[in-house]
Design a protein around this ligand. Structure first.
Ligand code: SF4
Length: 237
């Protein structure tokens, strides 16, 4: 059985390589990290475990099909860290019906089903998260993907994160990299529609663009969180 914090959509993917793409989200419950600025604590903290549903892969697929009207689209596996659970059966069920699967994970646990994703988004967490990346595990994730369709996304909150992101880019020069300014006002887990500091978000986006271009770092893409610009910190959109 899978631990599922929420399934919602169709909406658009708000971040990274597939930004703007219509998708249904399957948010897994549980994470092996505790990032200081996590914006998905309702899918991380064991305090919310009682809100997570135990579902079979077939049940999850039934809900995805209901939400998408039975029309295949890209399913986004997120969390939490979806890689601490086994989504192989769900992916096989969905792909047999024409659905594609994208998955974002910090790269701490490698799974054989990474090879069936389009794409695998590896999001190593920078120093401001308070977590430390296990690069051997991260390398194993890249290997598991078969390097077919894998990209990196790094959230940047400050200068230290930015320098760290440049080091990571140098370490993995073949992986497309998406930079994203951090959202300093993540929603409280119980908030349905928390207020956000939109001016601050745009200022940090501009700061990141200016910094990257001043560095003549032209091989990255710099993106905001599109869903935050449209819906703020509202959940389930
Ligand atoms: Fe939250 Fe992601 Fe960090 Fe897990 S890895 S604590 S879901 S930000």
């Amino acid at each position: 059985m899978l631990r599922i914090a929420e399934i919602f959509g169709p909406t658009i993917q708000g971040e990274g390589a597939v930004i703007g793409q219509p998708t249904v989200f399957v948010r897994a419950g549980g994470c092996d990290y505790r990032c200081s600025w996590c914006d998905s604590l309702h899918a991380v903290d064991s305090e919310y475990r009682h809100t997570w549903a135990k579902m079979s892969a077939a049940d999850v697929m039934t809900e995805v099909e209901r939400l998408s009207g039975g029309i295949p689209l890209t399913v986004s596996l997120s969390g939490g860290n979806p890689a601490i659970q086994d989504f192989a059966e769900l992916i096989a069920l969905g792909r047999a019906k024409g659905y594609e699967f994208a998955c974002e994970t910090q790269g701490s646990v490698a799974r054989s089903w990474f090879a069936d994703l389009a794409p695998l988004i590896l999001s190593p967490k920078p120093p401001s998260s308070g977590e430390t990346v296990d690069w051997d595990a991260f390398d194993a994730c890249i290997q598991a993907s078969g390097q077919a369709d894998v990209v990196m996304k790094i959230v940047v909150f400050d200068d230290t994160d930015y320098v760290w992101a440049k080091d990571v880019a140098a370490r993995f020069p073949d992986l497309p990299l998406y930079l994203q300014p951090g959202n300093h006002t993540p929603p409280p887990p119980d908030a349905e529609d928390a207020q956000i500091d939109m001016d601050g978000i745009m200022r940090r986006y501009e700061w990141l663009i200016d910094k990257t271009l001043a560095d003549q770092w032209y091989t990255v893409k710099i993106l905001p969180q599109l869903h935050v610009l449209v819906w703020g910190n509202k959940r389930g959109v």
